[in-house]
Design a protein around this ligand. Sequence first.
Ligand code: G6P
Length: 368
Amino acid sequence: MLIDKGNHRHFMAKEIYEQPEVVGHTLAHYLDMANEKVLLPGRLPFDFTKINRISISACGTAYYAGLIGKYWFERFARIPVEIDVASEFRYREAPLDKGDLAIFVSQSGETADTLASLRYAKEQGQHILSIVNVATSTIARESDVVMPTLAGTEVGVASTKAFTCQLATLACLAIAAGKARGNLSAEDEQKLVHALIEIPRHMTEALKLEPAIEKLARDLSKSTDVLYLGRGTSYPMALEGALKLKEISYIHAEGYAAGELKHGPIALIDEKMPVIVIAPYDRIFEKTVSNMQEVAARGGKIILMTDPKGAREAAGEPWVTLTLPELAATVTPLVYAVPIQLLAYHTAVIMGTDVDQPRNLAKSVTVE
Ligand code: G6P
């Protein structure tokens, strides 16, 4: 199959723009859209009420998707989740109780460390569930149950659409778990599913921020270091934002839990340091605002990604505010991924790097 860039300069841009469509396809695969329910329970070969603990392993961007999944499983289903990068999980000899669930997230389904972790979990008698984009991959073949992400072929080395499809899949699974365990009522399920169904539309809205992001990228491209901050599910998004930027623009970036600011990174803040704060208006927004004030007091340049309410509440603090649509708090990562990806993309384009094939990186890491 021949894949081209369409009207885009790079595959990465094309793949960012495909997200409303492919996330929509992925959601349609796992949801009864008309009745606003998850379709999964009958399709799973294990019973969520018998699962005491979930272990998630993955690498790179897929690991950050898993980290967001942890917040969702714990919140919706009250199941404790352990998560590790696969290169650690495979060697740390984690004690796993027989009959629990191990989840592996991988675009390619071939990542060596993730596959080795899967084999370890299998030896420990876990149910093996994989979330993969390549349905014929080794990880898919060795799993008890495969949940495909319907992102289509992803060419850009820096993962974009596969990531948001992984999030869509994990959200559906976590809702199914919450429902099966009686932690979510039929009404809760309906609300969450409704919020997911709205995601593609909100992603399309978020794509309209591109001109403002391009302008911002001109400034960001002059920086040597960038800090990303977030709380709750925006914390893994801060990690993903920093990873995207460093992967393709080669600008040093770090993601931090906003509450950890005072435990180290605050020492780096000066007027040259852009700080990207990912903070949809939610129950912990005020906490993030106080972190923003700490940055502002030290002359740091704040770029805030938030929604209309957050923009009003934080007025005066940020240097630039990117205002995203108002969303249900639980599903924000899927939409905030869009400006995060576009910012890294445009910064890299300005830097003149090889966006689709960044130096030293590979799309699929099949060796240790
Ligand atoms: C490489 C890619 C990343 C990807 C990671 C995990 O580092 O460059 O984009 O997130 O591998 O790959 P996987 O195929 O397992 O998702």
